[in-house]
Design a protein around this ligand. Structure first.
Ligand code: CMC
Length: 428
């Protein structure tokens, strides 16, 4: 018998097994709680609930540690590439050279989307948010590849994974081209993952497009930093939808929708809009922070705070340094970076933020880099989605391989009306 803990419910004692993770995190295994005591737990937002065992990503929010499959994010951001990190997340190990070459080749050869998918874009308004467009088009992949929907057939699942990884940048660039009324640019098999995306975003049929290697490398690093973050809202959505066992594309479409919100991936767009507002209104950092601290004001310091990190978000530290480096190499002077650094400095010496352990998160500096490399603001969250895709898929795979996984179906504490009899409309 392993370690246990005792839960006392009134005069009834209940022994629960403890589960200890590989980094020492301990959980009460309450699977028998309701059967044995008739009680459930109450945990809105799931801040204390472990919904699965996972070997993909480790975070220590108190120490500011993030590791994919055991590898520190700092090392991966500096030394790896996005496709290598994707393989690490998807398969559990860093690939050998021949494996990476083969995977990259497969991705490169599946980047085109079905020509008929363009009709789907044409049926959507031009001013639609690209996250909505991407969620719709990714969901529609199930209709274009119905033969790949058997989740128990690993050959079909692998083909679906390759298609998603290969086509999401094409789908995303298509959303942008549709919004500005330009023709879609076909993928170019001679280019790497990020260069290809940049060409599809910014190229036109009228003239050659030269990819700036500084921009392509910056984008690759951004994607690495976003590639996974254990049980965040969108990943949990992918798992939750996946738990009822629809095709992979349906789960990923749900993940894109969850990521869109301003409290999650949508914060990167909100941060840049916040910085631009401060610049436009010539407001000082102090004024803005006062509003963010005021309980009667709905303003938040976007890009600050995190459910798990109660210390520096390691991704934000890398991004701050990367922002400086990229702006310098591109010769861009950014007033927004200055405002962001001032906001950070003031917030980190302000008792409101210090006492609540609110630090810059991944979204605080990423938008400044996206802006410097020419990405339109409404595409920021789409880039987050491209980056997060291998993480979503890794969790989806892990869940499908987990013999203990069950359909996600939380319980509730009912607080509505007790039984009452129907009253005919004339008597109400
Ligand atoms: N500005 C001002 N006050 C804040 C902020 C903020 N950005 N974040 C949290 N607080 C306050 C909050 O009002 C609460 O105060 P009090 O204790 O007086 O009620 C306290 O700090 C704890 O916050 P919480 O809302 O209970 O924390 P949470 O874990 O439920 O929410 C969060 C986490 C990320 C949604 C929240 O910090 C937030 O809304 N941040 C701004 C949006 C943002 O940057 N989101 C990106 C998250 S990181 C990347 C990603 O997941 O995509």
């Amino acid at each position: 018998m392993g370690q246990t803990a005792k839960i006392q419910c009134g005069d009834q004692g209940f022994e629960v097994p403890l589960i200890v993770g590989s980094e020492g995190e301990t959980a009460l295994d309450i699977r028998q709680l309701r059967a044995k005591t008739g009680m459930i737990t109450y945990d809105p937002g799931y801040g204390n609930t472990g919904a699965c065992l996972s070997a993909v990503t480790f975070i220590d929010g108190e120490k500011g540690i993030l590791r994919y499959r055991g590898y520190p994010i700092e090392q991966l951001a500096e030394k790896s590439t996005f496709l290598e990190v994707a393989m690490l997340l998807l398969n559990g190990e860093l690939p050998r050279k021949d494996e990476l070459v083969s995977f990259t080749g497969e991705i490169t050869r599946h980047t085109m989307i079905h020509e008929d998918m363009k009709w789907l874009y044409r049926s959507l308004p031009k001013d639609a948010h690209p996250m909505a467009v991407c969620a719709a088009v990714v969901g529609a992949l199930s209709t274009f590849y119905p033969g790949l929907q058997d989740n128990t057939d690993s050959t079909k699942v692998n083909a679906a994974i390759l298609r998603l990884m290969a086509k999401l940048p094409t789908i995303a660039a298509g959303a942008h081209k549709h919004s500005i009324g330009q023709p879609f640019i076909y993928p170019d098999n001679s280019l790497d993952y990020c260069s290809n995306f940049l060409k599809m975003m910014f190229g036109t049929p009228c003239e050659p497009y030269m990819v700036d290697p500084v921009v392509a490398r910056a984008l690759d690093r951004l994607l690495i930093l976003h590639a996974d973050h254990e049980q965040n809202c969108s990943t949990s959505s992918v798992r939750m939808v996946g738990s009822s066992q629809p095709p992979l594309y349906a789960s990923i479409s749900a993940g894109i929708s969850a990521l869109w919100g301003p409290l999650h991936g949508g914060a990167n767009q909100e941060v840049i809009e916040m910085l631009e507002r401060i610049e436009r209104e010539e407001g000082s950092a102090e004024n803005f922070l006062d509003r963010a601290k005021d309980r009667n004001d709905t303003t938040k310091l976007m890009g600050f705070g995190h459910r798990v990190y109660k210390n520096h978000d390691p991704r934000a530290l890398i991004l701050k340094a990367t922002a400086r480096e990229v702006l310098e190499r591109l010769g861009v002077r950014s007033k927004l970076l200055e405002i962001a650094m001032k906001l950070e400095e003031r917030a980190l010496s302000d008792d409101y933020f210090v006492s609540r352990k609110l630090y810059p998160n991944v979204d605080f500096y990423s938008g400044i880099i996206y802006k410097a490399i020419g990405i339109p603001v409404n595409m920021f969250t789409v880039l987050f989605a491209i980056g997060r895709l291998p993480g979503w898929i890794a969790h989806w795979k892990e869940m499908h391989a987990d013999r203990e996984a069950r359909i996600s179906r939380p319980r509730q504490v009912y607080t509505g009306a007790q039984k009452r009899d129907y009253v005919a409309i004339a008597q109400r």
